[in-house]
Design a protein around this ligand. Sequence first.
Ligand code: CUA
Length: 341
Amino acid sequence: MIPRALLLLLAVLPGVAEAQDSEQVRSVQDIFAPVGAPAEILNNTAILVLLICLGIFVVVGGLLLYAVVRYRHRPGDDESEPPQVYGSTAIELAWTVPPILIVVVLALATARTVGEIQNAKITGDPVEVTIIGHRFWWEVRYPKLNIVTANEIHVPVSYLGAPRPVQMTMGSADVVHGFWVPELNGKEWLVPGRENKWWIQPSLPGIYLGNCTVLCGPQHANMLLRVVVETPDDFDKWATREQRPPTEDPTVEAGRTDFATNSCGSCHTIDGTTSNGTFGPDLTHFMSRKTLGAGVAPNDDVNLKTWLRDPQILKPGCLMPAMKLNAAQVDQITAYLKTLN
Ligand code: CUA
């Protein structure tokens, strides 16, 4: 019902995204700078709705302004009331029929957009990702690639003619969470006991920031995520790195022992060791991640040691308790974790 040509015209109006590389963090989240199919479809509808509303605003505001100026009180006016009109069919129709038509157009345009995104035929060579919300971090699984990671979702960029849609299955391990990366698609729910399907198809490399959109507890606001969109080559390199067994560096044996004896492994998994917990993020390739604590701080020495001393310093209310490690243990575990490439 909306002519394609109009949609295409609208698509070029909002902020045209500039070229960038996969290391560049898009620090400003912007729904009007869509990157890839589902977000572009949403943006077109949003612009259409805004234009219709702008039209209504101009007409109503214009008439109001006209009436205020034209019929303002002037000296020497005759003070009698203007003619009072009741039950004029023409006027009643004029202010009921157009609004109804406008609402119908908006509803149909929205329904069409919802259908277009929900029922989209996934073509090309899709990447499958399972995302499970936890208080307060994201478990990220690539079932076909046999990769488990957290908080940072790597996906290949889609080129014109070579789409690599990312098919997402969303679930939750505890309470309801919401997944939203504004440049890539709208919001989706993560509900315990349910599987919701979602997809993105980013067309420009870069790091896109996302949030949890449903209040899920004290660290809801620090349940951050990032989608790393990279060239297919870089994505394959990343995947190969994630599939490798973890490095076994004999120089960090003390840290490995500390990790095991302090029951870190009852919450965290490190492949090839006895640590197989699933309550916290998988740490097998921990150093491939740029951030700590679901985006709360950069993954560097100082923050890592602070985190190990007491996670509540960086992320008050997170579910990892202070493990009461002494300074030597903190140093040894830090050294060990830093070998997990
Ligand atoms: Cu998870 Cu808010």
